[in-house]
Write a protein that binds this ligand. Structure first.
Ligand SMILES: [Zn+2]
Length: 436
């Protein structure tokens, strides 16, 4: 009988391990009577990459994240910037500015000296001060713990301590490696393991190095959303695993007393939409124009005319299957979308729902993509709790660019200007935001 129980328990543990199922922690915090954001000694910003607002539908009301709301100031339908991509959204998050003020538009840009597509992953691309640089001016210690290694190069200025799966302090154990990332099963398992690795690395960094401002990137909801699509079982499992890890992080921070001097912000950089159809932009341009150059960025494409007639190119592209809208540099639309600056491409294209800009041959790699102005791509949760954070409050309207103003208020960083502002706080109302 004993043996059977042991085997059964083992079976349960293994099932949990491989399915990435959620588990509940006891989420309780001391009450506070704050009406507005107060002050905090330390801040941890956790970006759940690609964690669309509607992913919260995968969690039940008794999940760790939903239980946390009781002690939080939050908006589960906040907005990221356009184009809704990782690099420029993180830069907006870290500068409090829209893309037209920090100069980073999209994940990629066209290098006009080399005529090639380049990634926006270098600190030199950011034409503004980041939260890390502001923290250093105020003599605070900064750290980054990231599942995506590109975050290190993007935010290296002002960053004291850097942790990724390939580069980390000796006290953190080696990251899991992937045998075959092309194999879907392997890739999924690898992402389950690395999610927990990053959360564990964060716990280690917080207890050993005690940074004042920490930026965290949890990569897996994004990677799994791209590979399997936002409506997949795999995304559901990764969301539940992230919830489990957030619960464990909460318990760890509470037990160690960290929540008495630290505020935690959990948010996403962008959402995720289902895609299944390709717009082969480069072939279309190459076959029809001599000078215009285009690069693709998920549900967006960027075109530099290089002397080609704009009206001709626009009229041609508008007729292509899957092209939804075209924004010209200098137009009112570009100004409204906060992308009109020197670095703005001559044209920014958005795809219709279900489409992405990609060569047909690569289509099989993606079932999820983002970048557009649709809510599936733009809506993100923002949840703040801990020291200096009012409880049971909602931010009336909240944007990704509001994070740095909030952090600056909490940490007492004064004299900086942002496009974002401290959101108006209202009493909590139970609203059902999402239908997936
Ligand atoms: Zn992202």
């Amino acid at each position: 009988m004993k043996k059977i129980i042991i085997y059964f328990s083992l079976f349960l543990v293994l099932t949990c391990l491989f399915s990435g199922c959620g588990s509940k922690e006891t989420i309780v915090l001391e009450g506070n009577s704050l009406e507005e954001f107060g002050s905090s000694d330390k801040v941890v910003i956790i970006v759940l990459d690609g964690f669309a607002s509607r992913y919260l539908d995968y969690l039940d009301q008794d999940s760790n994240l939903f239980n946390l709301l009781e002690y939080s100031t939050y908006n589960l339908d906040a907005k990221t910037i356009y184009p809704s991509h990782t690099c420029n959204a993180h830069v907006s998050l870290m500068t409090g500015l829209y893309p037209d003020h920090h100069g980073v538009i999209g994940n990629v840009y066209y290098d006009q000296t080399d005529y090639i597509s380049q990634k926006n992953i270098y600190a030199e691309r950011i034409e503004a001060k980041t939260l890390f640089e502001i923290a250093k001016e105020n003599s605070r210690k900064t750290a980054i713990v990231s599942g995506k290694k590109n975050m290190l190069t993007l935010f290296k200025n002002g960053c004291d301590l850097q942790t990724t799966m390939v580069q980390h302090p000796d006290y953190i154990k080696k990251a899991p490696s992937s045998k075959d990332s092309q194999n879907n099963k392997e890739y999924f398992k690898y992402n389950l393991k690395t999610t927990t690795w990053v959360f564990n690395a964060l716990q280690a960094v917080l207890s050993k190095d005690s940074p004042d401002v920490t930026l965290v990137n949890i990569h897996s909801a994004d990677y799994i959303g791209h590979r399997f699509g936002p409506d997949s079982k795999e995304v559901e499992k990764i969301v539940k695993l992230i919830d489990k890890n957030i619960g464990e992080l909460f318990s760890f921070m509470k037990k160690s007393g960290m929540l008495e001097d630290t505020s935690v912000m959990i948010l996403a950089d962008h959402g995720m939409s289902s895609v299944s159809k390709a717009i082969p932009l480069n072939v279309l341009l190459a076959n029809n124009f001599n000078k215009a150059a285009g690069i693709v960025d998920g549900r967006n494409a960027y075109v530099w005319l290089n002397g080609e007639n704009e009206a001709k190119v626009v009229s041609f592209l508008q007729k292509q299957n899957g092209v939804k809208k075209i924004t010209s540099k200098g137009s009112i639309q570009a100004k409204d979308l906060k992308v009109d600056c020197e670095r703005c491409p001559d044209l920014i294209l958005d795809s219709k729902p279900g489409y992405l800009f990609i060569p047909e041959a690569l289509l099989g790699k993606y079932q999820g993509m983002h970048g557009s102005t649709e809510d599936t791509d733009l809506s993100i949760p923002i949840i703040c709790f801990g020291k200096g954070i009012p409880q049971k409050k909602q931010m009336k309207e909240a944007k990704i660019i509001d994070l740095v103003p909030i952090v600056s208020q909490l940490m007492g960083f004064e004299g900086y200007e942002f496009d974002g502002r401290i959101p108006e706080l209202v009493e909590e109302k139970k609203i059902n935001y999402f239908t997936r």
